[in-house]
Design a binder for this molecule. Structure first.
Ligand code: PLP
Ligand code: COI
Length: 361
């Protein structure tokens, strides 16, 4: 494996005009705008990782028999670069994403990309497209590394060729309501993942299997879906694209990490931050019955979703076929709000980085 490839650079000859870029950055949603460049690295059995390029962002040409289109051997990551108050650019815990990318690759029988090559790729792309890092509000540059089976072959076995790409997308909030409390649909029939499956890997298939429930959630006016464990359908696991926390006074409860839950980097940061601030954090199973009784007795004061895209988003209502349960007073609770601003202050380089999470570009 080669962790220190030379990058060949091909500049985009027709980058987005400055005025157009400024207009795009002034009006950001999530995931529809992309910067001028991307990173591409190839892999083949025998050669290892080779042909590292920084090149213009452009559509891919693919043979219809490319393995990923058939058997979904693909993984991805999501992390952000932020504009710091002094105008510099910082990344939040990219080493944790590099390590998770390796674990995801191993679960999906793919060759792991050396973490130093993952990190170098992010830096090369951010340095090139630095002007795309937004400077206002809670916007940031979302980085999306992906790795997929690029071999043209219809046999079912781990591919012998792969492509690694990094895209960058300036983003605002993932939910239309921004940091406003959201509603969650409780899924009771379809599982996202099961014991021994791929739930802990960040692979495309996990998202494909969550979409039927996500569509149901959206039909009920909910932003996201929460899944229960696949065996008993009793314990909360996670949302389609975020981890979940329950707040009971000064105690935070979050489901323990198993092979069915994605080990979120935001989840891990929230646990560290909360403990540092004197809150108790319990990583334990939390059932739908406990939820109902804690909500009825007002022991459950807050609930929130967390992830790179969602940051920390309060959850005000849980909907299911049985009706609706309002969490706490239905607003953005004290604990959620204060953890959210503490996390954002670190991510944007506004607060002291006591945990060594922030890397300057
Ligand atoms: N769970 C799922 C299924 C996700 O897609 C994400 C988002 O990446 C998370 C949890 C949160 O992970 P992280 O905090 O590393 O973004
Ligand atoms: C992220 O937060 O990075 C994710 O991958 C979640 C997805 C819903 C955008």
């Amino acid at each position: 494996m080669n962790g220190s490839l030379e990058f060949e650079t091909r500049q985009n000859a027709t980058p987005v005009a400055v005025a157009e870029r400024e207009a795009l950055l002034a009006n950001l949603g999530f995931g529809r705008t992309f910067t001028d460049h991307m990173v591409s690295i190839s892999y083949s059995d025998g050669k290892g990782w080779y042909d590292a390029r920084l090149e213009p962002y452009a559509p891919l040409r693919m043979d219809p028999a490319t393995a990923v289109l058939h058997y979904a051997q693909s993984i991805f990551e999501g992390l952000k670069a932020y504009r710091a108050p002094d105008g510099g650019v910082v990344m939040f815990r990219p080493d944790a994403n590099a390590a998770r990318f390796v674990r995801s690759a191993e679960r999906m029988a793919m060759p792991p990309l050396p973490p130093e090559l993952f990190l170098h790729s992010l830096r090369v792309l951010i340095e090139q497209d630095r002007d795309w890092v937004p400077g206002s509000g809670e916007s940031s540059l979302y980085l999306r590394p992906i790795q997929y089976a690029s071999e043209v072959y219809l046999g079912v076995r781990p591919a012998l060729q792969y492509q690694f790409l990094v895209l960058a997308s300036p983003v605002g909030a993932i939910f239309a309501g921004g940091a406003k409390p959201c509603s969650i649909w409780l899924e009771r029939e379809n599982n996202r993942s099961g014991p021994g499956g791929t739930g802990a890997a960040k692979c495309g298939g996990n998202y494909a299997s969550s979409l039927l429930a996500q569509a149901e959630a959206m039909r009920h006016g909910c932003e996201q879906v929460v899944f229960l464990d696949a065996t008993e359908h009793r314990h909360f696991e996670e949302l389609g694209g975020m981890n979940v926390f329950f707040v009971l006074g000064d105690t935070l409860v979050t489901p323990p990490l198993t092979d069915t839950i994605l080990p979120g980097i935001t989840r891990d940061s929230v646990i560290t931050l909360a403990r540092h601030r004197g809150l108790t954090v319990e990583e334990r199973s939390y059932s739908i019955d406990e939820f109902r009784s804690d909500a009825a007795s007002d022991a459950l004061t807050e609930m929130f979703a967390c992830g790179t895209a969602a940051v920390i988003t309060p959850i005000a209502r849980l909907l299911s076929a049985d009706g609706e349960i309002v969490v706490g007073d239905g607003g953005s609770g004290r604990v959620t709000t204060s953890l959210r601003s503490a996390l954002l202050d670190i991510q944007y380089g506004r607060a002291e980085d006591e945990f060594g999470w922030v890397q300057r570009i």
